[in-house]
Ligand binder design. Structure first.
Ligand code: PDD
Length: 277
């Protein structure tokens, strides 16, 4: 588990952050968290496509091609013999004298990736979990997976302080997503989730759930819903890499539906589990 990828070399893990790395100083970079189940990547191509998109949106050129990055990540999982966990991958705009504007074009972006053991949240998946509500104070490009996560950090801390697994964001009346996951509600057998625009990250797990709903003939709409809709929903669940599909049975003090994981959520969860086998 000790090997890491730096640009295109796999090496022993060591302390290596340069104080003038722009990721460190400005959060000037992007990242991905990619699930590994039984030694195999889950939707790796989709994660790399999203990485490429994030890079483009912040005018960052990746240090290697997507196919080279893919090969290196596969090798890293192999040499570290990762069975259940994630790969964390980030690319910063590189190391340069600290000025806000972009550094000169010969500054090489820094790509770092490492593996991390992580089990799925089996207990929460089976029995449900709680969430808190918190105002969405993030910028208006939440579709980019940037290193700037301070509002998400503060929100998740609030959740932890309330013994909840997630903090669900609202902007005005509208529920956007959660601190590190996407949010779905079920009302009258219809599943709703926020459209994939600049207010949310278009989660890879979210996309899988959309296609599973299609396969299962579950009626799903990518349509914004309000905090009131959330609290009055029959079912609520959140999705993210390695968190997978977690039913939410209480939000703040409000019990959701019957107070246990609902029928539609369980159907989706079972289909999801089958898809990672
Ligand atoms: N977070 N929304 C936000 C704000 C997220 O940070 C994440 C994932 C998601 C779900 O995306 P995906 O299904 O592609 O993992 C939605 C990762 C896991 C993290 O920051 O650790």
């Amino acid at each position: 588990m000790n090997k890491i990828l730096i640009n295109d070399s796999i090496m022993e893990r060591k302390k290596m952050i340069d104080i003038e790395d722009r990721g460190y100083q400005f959060g000037d970079g992007i990242y991905e968290v990619i699930g590994v189940y039984q030694g195999k990547f889950f939707m790796l191509d989709e994660h790399l496509e999203r990485l490429e998109r994030s890079a483009r949106e912040i005018q960052l050129s990746l240090p290697s091609s997507i196919s080279e990055i893919k090969e290196n990540l596969m090798e890293l999982v192999q040499v570290n013999n990762l069975q259940e966990g994630v790969i964390y991958l980030q690319v910063s705009r590189g190391v340069a004298e600290r000025w806000h504007y972009f550094p000169s074009s010969d500054t090489k972006p820094v790509l770092v990736a490492y593996t991390k053991l992580e089990e799925t949240m089996r207990e929460e998946e089976d029995n449900g979990a709680t969430a808190v509500l918190t105002e969405d104070i993030r910028w208006l490009r939440c579709d980019i997976k940037t290193l700037n996560l301070l509002p998400n950090v503060l929100a998740k801390q609030k959740a932890v302080e309330h013994k909840a697994v997630e903090a669900i964001f609202y902007r005005g009346d509208v529920v956007t997503e959660a601190s590190a996951s996407n949010v779905f509600i079920v009302k009258n057998n219809e599943v709703l989730t926020h459209p994939a625009n600049h207010y949310i990250l278009n989660g890879i797990t979210r996309r899988k759930v959309l296609s599973l709903c299609d396969d299962l003939n579950i009626n799903l709409q990518e349509k914004a819903f309000t905090v009131k809709d959330l609290l009055e929903a029959d079912e609520v669940f959140v999705t993210a890499t390695k968190l997978d599909v977690v039913p939410i049975i209480k939000v703040d003090q409000q019990t959701i539906g019957t107070g246990s994981p609902g029928r539609t959520t369980k159907k989706i969860l079972h289909a999801f589990r089958a898809s990672i086998k």
